[in-house]
Design a protein around this ligand. Structure first.
Ligand code: CO
Length: 214
């Protein structure tokens, strides 16, 4: 198997578009006019986890943000802008943080090797590792340790989404908005709900409950 050239990709795109039209002549016109997804997906950049595909949605039905190891840093302008647009313009009702078992970013955060600039990004995950070091170290298998850190990362990022001024404001205004935490299994293709969802300001410590009216 050889890697395809960009020129070949453009050819394949033409074939793909023609094939789509042969099934459904309105496929593109229906997508052009509407982008009103009800979900924002925050996932890992890993190419084995294609967001809308694994939940059987069409591309226009899910707004997607991805980065290495699905991190939501408090001051990441990129991620914050996506959340603001999703909540205020698209008016999504669900924000789903999706990690995946076997995540290379999580594993890299657990070792002491120098990976380059990415070490600074992975420090967000190292913080979570350190905070839960006893629990994770008690697990004997290294892969299982990484899986547990993957879950703890998702649960932390769910709360980070909830702490953003955008989500705080939406809740203060009475909007129904739920933040979910899921993990995807690469081996079986199944998503697991970690049951770490947050849907109100009261679920966060008072220091994070921003009163957007004052
Ligand atoms: Co990953």
């Amino acid at each position: 198997m050889h890697n395809k050239t960009p020129l070949e990709l453009l050819d394949m795109n033409k074939r793909w578009a023609a094939e789509r039209l042969s099934y459904d002549s309105d496929f593109f016109t229906s997508l052009v006019n509407v982008q009103k997804p009800d979900y924002l997906w925050i996932g890992c950049s890993d190419s084995r986890v294609p967001a809308n595909e694994i939940v059987g949605l069409k591309s226009g039905e899910m707004f997607v943000h991805r980065n290495i190891a699905n991190v939501v840093p408090h001051s990441d302008l990129n991620c914050l802008s996506v959340i603001q647009y999703a909540v205020e313009a698209l008016e999504v009702s669900h924000i789903i943080v999706v990690g995946h078992y076997g995540c290379g970013g999580i594993k890299a955060a657990m070792d002491q090797n120098h990976h380059g600039e990415i070490d600074n990004w992975l420090a967000h995950i190292k913080d979570i590792y350190r905070q839960n070091y006893e629990e994770i170290s008690a697990i004997s298998d290294r892969e299982r340790q990484a899986d547990r850190l993957c879950e703890l990362n998702v649960s932390t990022q769910v709360r980070n989404v909830a702490k953003t001024s955008v989500v705080q404001k939406a809740w203060k205004n009475g909007r129904k908005l739920k933040v979910h935490g899921w993990v995807y299994g690469l081996e079986d293709g199944i998503l697991h709900d970690l049951d770490v969802g947050v849907e109100s300001r009261e679920q966060l410590h008072t220091v994070f409950q921003i009163d957007t009216t004052r």
